[in-house]
Design a protein around this ligand. Structure first.
Ligand code: 13P
Length: 229
Protein backbone atom coordinates (compact mmCIF):
# COMPACT_ATOMS: atom_id res chain seq x y z
CA UNK A 1 0.00 0.00 0.00
CA UNK A 2 1.26 3.44 -0.83
CA UNK A 3 2.52 5.68 1.96
CA UNK A 4 1.32 9.16 2.83
CA UNK A 5 4.11 11.71 2.64
CA UNK A 6 3.15 15.15 3.95
CA UNK A 7 5.20 18.35 3.87
CA UNK A 8 4.48 20.99 6.51
CA UNK A 9 5.93 24.32 5.43
CA UNK A 10 4.84 25.94 8.74
CA UNK A 11 5.20 29.76 8.45
CA UNK A 12 7.69 29.73 5.57
CA UNK A 13 7.58 30.77 1.93
CA UNK A 14 6.19 33.40 -0.41
CA UNK A 15 3.95 32.99 -3.43
CA UNK A 16 6.94 32.92 -5.78
CA UNK A 17 9.10 30.61 -3.64
CA UNK A 18 6.21 28.16 -3.26
CA UNK A 19 5.58 28.24 -7.00
CA UNK A 20 9.24 27.45 -7.59
CA UNK A 21 9.04 24.67 -4.98
CA UNK A 22 6.13 23.00 -6.82
CA UNK A 23 7.94 23.28 -10.15
CA UNK A 24 11.12 21.71 -8.81
CA UNK A 25 9.28 19.01 -6.86
CA UNK A 26 7.18 18.02 -9.91
CA UNK A 27 10.36 17.72 -11.99
CA UNK A 28 12.29 15.71 -9.38
CA UNK A 29 9.68 13.43 -7.85
CA UNK A 30 8.77 10.09 -9.29
CA UNK A 31 6.69 8.24 -6.73
CA UNK A 32 3.44 6.35 -6.38
CA UNK A 33 3.18 7.42 -2.73
CA UNK A 34 0.49 9.98 -1.84
CA UNK A 35 2.06 13.41 -1.49
CA UNK A 36 0.39 16.34 0.28
CA UNK A 37 1.87 19.78 0.92
CA UNK A 38 0.61 21.93 3.82
CA UNK A 39 1.28 25.56 2.88
CA UNK A 40 0.51 28.83 4.70
CA UNK A 41 -3.17 29.85 4.42
CA UNK A 42 -2.78 33.03 2.28
CA UNK A 43 -1.53 30.86 -0.61
CA UNK A 44 -4.04 28.00 -0.43
CA UNK A 45 -6.28 29.40 -3.14
CA UNK A 46 -3.30 29.98 -5.46
CA UNK A 47 -2.07 26.39 -5.29
CA UNK A 48 -5.19 24.30 -4.56
CA UNK A 49 -5.41 23.29 -8.17
CA UNK A 50 -1.76 22.76 -9.13
CA UNK A 51 -1.75 18.98 -9.58
CA UNK A 52 -0.22 18.20 -6.17
CA UNK A 53 -2.55 17.94 -3.18
CA UNK A 54 -2.43 20.92 -0.89
CA UNK A 55 -3.40 21.01 2.81
CA UNK A 56 -4.20 23.76 5.29
CA UNK A 57 -2.21 23.90 8.54
CA UNK A 58 -5.18 24.65 10.80
CA UNK A 59 -8.91 25.45 10.81
CA UNK A 60 -11.32 27.21 13.15
CA UNK A 61 -13.41 25.09 15.51
CA UNK A 62 -16.31 27.49 14.81
CA UNK A 63 -18.75 27.67 11.91
CA UNK A 64 -18.59 31.44 11.17
CA UNK A 65 -18.97 34.79 12.90
CA UNK A 66 -16.99 37.14 15.11
CA UNK A 67 -13.72 35.18 15.25
CA UNK A 68 -11.22 37.67 13.83
CA UNK A 69 -8.17 35.98 12.24
CA UNK A 70 -9.73 32.53 11.94
CA UNK A 71 -10.41 30.48 8.79
CA UNK A 72 -13.46 28.19 8.65
CA UNK A 73 -13.76 24.71 7.16
CA UNK A 74 -16.33 26.08 4.72
CA UNK A 75 -13.75 28.61 3.46
CA UNK A 76 -11.14 25.87 3.00
CA UNK A 77 -13.65 23.78 1.08
CA UNK A 78 -14.50 26.77 -1.08
CA UNK A 79 -10.78 27.11 -1.94
CA UNK A 80 -10.68 23.47 -3.05
CA UNK A 81 -8.74 22.16 -0.06
CA UNK A 82 -9.10 18.45 0.77
CA UNK A 83 -6.84 18.07 3.84
CA UNK A 84 -6.01 20.06 6.96
CA UNK A 85 -3.52 19.54 9.76
CA UNK A 86 -5.06 20.03 13.21
CA UNK A 87 -3.61 19.82 16.72
CA UNK A 88 0.00 20.50 15.72
CA UNK A 89 2.05 20.95 18.90
CA UNK A 90 3.00 24.46 17.73
CA UNK A 91 -0.71 25.41 17.48
CA UNK A 92 -1.45 23.70 20.80
CA UNK A 93 1.36 25.70 22.39
CA UNK A 94 1.16 29.14 20.75
CA UNK A 95 -2.62 29.27 20.22
CA UNK A 96 -3.45 27.47 23.49
CA UNK A 97 -5.55 24.85 21.72
CA UNK A 98 -7.11 22.13 23.87
CA UNK A 99 -8.04 18.54 22.97
CA UNK A 100 -11.67 19.67 22.93
CA UNK A 101 -10.88 22.52 20.47
CA UNK A 102 -9.11 19.99 18.28
CA UNK A 103 -12.11 17.67 18.29
CA UNK A 104 -14.35 20.62 17.35
CA UNK A 105 -11.97 21.41 14.45
CA UNK A 106 -12.14 17.74 13.42
CA UNK A 107 -15.95 17.90 13.35
CA UNK A 108 -15.92 21.08 11.26
CA UNK A 109 -13.60 19.46 8.72
CA UNK A 110 -15.65 16.26 8.53
CA UNK A 111 -18.79 18.32 7.91
CA UNK A 112 -17.13 19.69 4.76
CA UNK A 113 -15.51 16.39 3.71
CA UNK A 114 -11.99 17.70 4.36
CA UNK A 115 -9.61 15.05 5.74
CA UNK A 116 -8.09 16.00 9.10
CA UNK A 117 -4.46 15.12 9.85
CA UNK A 118 -4.55 15.00 13.65
CA UNK A 119 -1.21 15.63 15.38
CA UNK A 120 -0.38 14.23 18.79
CA UNK A 121 2.88 13.75 20.71
CA UNK A 122 4.48 14.09 24.09
CA UNK A 123 6.99 16.50 25.63
CA UNK A 124 10.26 14.91 26.78
CA UNK A 125 9.35 15.14 30.48
CA UNK A 126 6.30 12.91 29.93
CA UNK A 127 8.46 10.23 28.30
CA UNK A 128 11.10 10.49 31.03
CA UNK A 129 8.45 10.16 33.73
CA UNK A 130 6.97 7.04 32.06
CA UNK A 131 3.66 8.77 31.43
CA UNK A 132 3.69 8.25 27.66
CA UNK A 133 0.77 5.80 27.46
CA UNK A 134 -1.62 7.85 29.55
CA UNK A 135 -0.60 11.08 27.78
CA UNK A 136 -1.20 9.68 24.29
CA UNK A 137 -4.45 7.98 25.37
CA UNK A 138 -5.68 11.26 26.78
CA UNK A 139 -4.86 13.17 23.57
CA UNK A 140 -6.91 10.56 21.69
CA UNK A 141 -9.87 10.38 24.05
CA UNK A 142 -12.28 12.07 21.61
CA UNK A 143 -11.16 9.83 18.73
CA UNK A 144 -11.68 6.44 20.38
CA UNK A 145 -13.63 3.94 18.32
CA UNK A 146 -14.76 6.40 15.61
CA UNK A 147 -15.78 4.61 12.42
CA UNK A 148 -14.23 7.16 10.02
CA UNK A 149 -10.71 6.53 8.75
CA UNK A 150 -8.42 8.75 10.81
CA UNK A 151 -4.98 10.08 9.93
CA UNK A 152 -2.95 10.49 13.11
CA UNK A 153 0.52 12.02 13.02
CA UNK A 154 2.67 11.03 16.00
CA UNK A 155 5.10 13.90 16.50
CA UNK A 156 7.02 13.73 19.79
CA UNK A 157 7.57 17.39 20.72
CA UNK A 158 11.22 16.75 21.64
CA UNK A 159 11.89 15.38 18.14
CA UNK A 160 10.49 18.40 16.26
CA UNK A 161 13.25 20.50 14.73
CA UNK A 162 15.80 19.02 17.16
CA UNK A 163 17.59 16.41 15.04
CA UNK A 164 16.61 13.85 17.69
CA UNK A 165 14.52 10.91 16.60
CA UNK A 166 12.93 8.01 18.47
CA UNK A 167 14.02 4.47 17.65
CA UNK A 168 11.90 2.35 15.31
CA UNK A 169 10.95 0.31 18.41
CA UNK A 170 9.75 3.46 20.20
CA UNK A 171 7.68 4.49 17.18
CA UNK A 172 6.20 1.00 16.87
CA UNK A 173 5.24 1.02 20.53
CA UNK A 174 3.28 4.28 20.14
CA UNK A 175 1.83 3.12 16.86
CA UNK A 176 0.49 -0.06 18.55
CA UNK A 177 -1.00 2.07 21.28
CA UNK A 178 -2.75 4.31 18.73
CA UNK A 179 -4.06 1.29 16.80
CA UNK A 180 -5.46 -0.07 20.08
CA UNK A 181 -7.45 3.15 20.65
CA UNK A 182 -8.51 4.12 17.12
CA UNK A 183 -10.28 1.53 14.99
CA UNK A 184 -9.48 2.63 11.50
CA UNK A 185 -6.30 4.65 11.36
CA UNK A 186 -3.34 5.62 9.18
CA UNK A 187 -0.37 6.57 11.33
CA UNK A 188 2.32 9.03 10.34
CA UNK A 189 5.54 9.81 12.16
CA UNK A 190 6.87 13.38 12.32
CA UNK A 191 9.91 14.97 13.95
CA UNK A 192 13.34 15.52 12.32
CA UNK A 193 12.55 13.34 9.31
CA UNK A 194 15.11 13.91 6.54
CA UNK A 195 16.49 12.16 3.48
CA UNK A 196 19.00 10.22 5.59
CA UNK A 197 16.52 8.66 8.03
CA UNK A 198 13.29 8.48 5.95
CA UNK A 199 13.99 5.14 4.30
CA UNK A 200 14.66 3.36 7.60
CA UNK A 201 11.55 4.88 9.17
CA UNK A 202 9.26 4.12 6.25
CA UNK A 203 10.55 0.64 5.50
CA UNK A 204 11.20 -0.70 8.99
CA UNK A 205 8.49 0.70 11.24
CA UNK A 206 4.79 0.15 11.59
CA UNK A 207 3.77 3.52 10.12
CA UNK A 208 1.83 4.57 7.04
CA UNK A 209 3.79 7.69 6.23
CA UNK A 210 5.68 10.73 7.47
CA UNK A 211 5.01 14.40 8.23
CA UNK A 212 8.06 16.46 7.38
CA UNK A 213 8.82 20.01 8.55
CA UNK A 214 12.26 21.57 7.95
CA UNK A 215 13.49 19.04 5.38
CA UNK A 216 10.36 19.56 3.26
CA UNK A 217 11.35 23.15 2.48
CA UNK A 218 13.94 21.83 0.05
CA UNK A 219 11.91 20.34 -2.84
CA UNK A 220 14.75 18.01 -3.92
CA UNK A 221 15.15 16.64 -0.41
CA UNK A 222 11.39 16.22 -0.06
CA UNK A 223 11.26 14.42 -3.42
CA UNK A 224 13.99 12.15 -2.13
CA UNK A 225 11.98 11.42 1.05
CA UNK A 226 8.82 10.78 -0.98
CA UNK A 227 10.72 8.20 -3.05
CA UNK A 228 12.43 6.44 -0.17
CA UNK A 229 9.96 3.57 0.01
P1 13P B 1 10.70 18.95 11.62
O1 13P B 1 10.63 17.96 10.49
O2 13P B 1 11.29 20.27 11.22
O3 13P B 1 11.29 18.35 12.85
O4 13P B 1 9.16 19.31 11.98
C1 13P B 1 8.25 18.29 12.16
C2 13P B 1 6.89 18.86 12.18
O5 13P B 1 6.54 19.60 13.09
C3 13P B 1 6.02 18.54 11.06
O6 13P B 1 4.70 18.91 11.33
Amino acid sequence: MSKLIIANFKMNGTKSSIEEWFNTFSREANTSNEVIVAIPSPFLINFADNGIRVAAQNVSPYVSGAYTSQVSAEMLKDCGIEYSIIGHSESREFLKETDEDIFNKYNQLIKYSIKPVICIGEPLKIREDNLLQSFISSQLKYFEDLENELIIAYEPIWAIGSGLIPTVEDINEVSELIRGICKNVRILYGGSVNKENASNLLNNSNIDGVLVGGASLNPKEFANIAQSC
